[in-house]
Design a protein around this ligand. Structure first.
Ligand code: ADP
Length: 407
């Protein structure tokens, strides 16, 4: 079964193709047959296309961008033509899976894409104005290129958090907010769910018997408290702005600050949006970069603002882990994933230091040794600590496989 996965964003689009057996899924994530990425962030109006086959052939091209549809066609054509030839023709693709950021209250699990589902994704753009339209564009591009009959599946980033209890998802504003859809949805669900399942597999434990906190720390950062295999609390909320300090997003701040700025600094809604989403977090505090690697270099050179940014990042991370701990009432495993979680031994060590009172004991040599998909706690630690490489594309492909097996 050939499954194409499309992760369509506003400024980039990632895609990959998995070739899976009809009946069984491999225990470990397989290498995709083909991976490609289009980047539209270049100032010169050109699209940058990067393609990798499983023989590790890499093809890079910069081409004038006519339209996103034309660029997507160009990317997909590398599947069956030119040097890569991962498949013979487009007819070989059985299913296409899409990452869709916002499924609102309607979509609690993955769903086949129909005209009705597309309308719902479009309507939910009110809550995810950047992401949902880009996701929909990806779905329509596939219909244009592969035809209307290709089965497509939407896998939602909010779905894993669909079972949050009312006391967790309701904001303490007026009760009427709920009927306006203003509530906590949570994001990064595909990653949190994948990491929870992978943690159970690596620990050889039943996921339903584990209390886990998954820390997705990339450019966007969020935590999930997971019990009985379900998310019961999470740090992102109505939007992906709430919660932890992030690369260039503030995370939670006193809402009174926003009222103050609106009253006294002539801020418009768009300016506030820009400040909170693009000029805050590690970038806002350090004044240097949203990339932790650059913050670490500056810190080593004695830059005080870089040090403050790092300390704040860790302080807020620990504080929110504390909040997740109380929701869970205990902890079997703390999982680190995404760019920072997988690569920064310093963040993991500083975070874990705050939880030694739980009997959590980090093995520092394991922590420093590029530990991917490994348990890095000491043998006698009361809490396991895992570093897991998040594989959202593989999680989407598994969902497609499940849906196809059921139908
Ligand atoms: P996204 O949320 O865009 O998918 P990633 O999960 O790829 O982002 O995470 C990107 C971030 O990971 C970078 O901005 C950087 O801060 C961090 N990162 C990547 N590699 C390292 C590293 N070796 N050390 C510290 N931080 C890293």
């Amino acid at each position: 079964m050939k499954i194409l996965v499309l992760n369509a964003g506003s400024s980039s689009q990632k895609s990959c193709l998995y070739d899976l057996k009809e009946n069984t899924l491999p225990a470990d994530p397989p290498e995709p047959l083909w991976e490609a990425q289009i980047d539209w962030t270049h100032q010169d109006g050109c699209a940058k296309l990067k393609v990798k086959t499983f023989q590790d052939q890499v093809l890079q091209e910069t081409c004038p961008s006519d339209s996103k549809l034309a660029d997507t066609l160009k990317m997909l054509q590398t599947l069956w033509s030119g040097t890569t030839q991962a498949i013979e023709n487009s007819q070989e693709i059985d299913i296409v899976g899409h990452r869709v950021v916002h499924g609102g209250e309607i979509y609690r699990e993955s769903t086949w894409i129909t005209a009705e589902v597309k309308t719902a994704i479009a309507n939910l753009a009110a809550f995810a104005p950047v992401h949902n339209p880009a996701n929909l564009e990806g779905i329509e591009a596939i219909e244009n290129i592969l035809g209307n009959n290709i089965p497509q599946v939407a896998v939602f980033d909010t779905a894993f958090h669909a079972h949050l209890p009312p006391a967790v998802y309701t904001y303490p504003g007026p009760y009427e907010w709920l009927s306006q859809g203003i509530r906590r949805y949570g994001f990064h669900g595909i990653s949190h769910q994948y990491c929870a399942q992978r943690a159970a597999q690596l620990l050889d434990r039943d996921l339903n018997a584990l209390k886990l906190i998954t820390c997705h720390l990339g450019n966007g950062c969020s935590l999930a408290a997971i019990r009985d295999g379900r998310s019961i609390d999470t740090t992102m909320g109505f939007t992906p702005l709430e919660g932890l300090m992030m690369g260039s997003r503030s995370g939670s701040v006193d809402p009174g600050i926003l009222i103050h700025l609106l009253r006294h600094s002539d801020y418009t809604a768009d300016q506030l949006d820009r400040v909170l989403n693009h000029r805050s977090g590690l970038l806002g505090i350090s004044g240097l970069s949203n990339d932790l690697r650059q913050i670490m270099v500056a810190m080593e050179q004695g830059n005080d603002r870089a040090k403050l940014a790092f300390d704040m990042f860790v302080h807020r991370l620990r504080a929110q882990i504390g909040a997740m701990l109380s929701s869970l009432g205990g902890l079997d495993g703390l999982v680190f994933t995404a760019g920072i979680g997988e690569n920064s031994a310093a963040v993991r060590a500083a975070t874990c230091e705050g939880f030694e009172f739980l009997g959590l004991s980090l093995d520092l040599s394991q922590n420093n040794a590029l530990p991917i998909d490994r348990d890095i706690a000491h043998l006698d630690s009361k809490v396991r600590v895992l570093v897991i490489h998040t594989q959202e594309d593989w999680a989407i492909a598994q969902e497609c496989h499940k849906m196809a097996s059921r139908s």
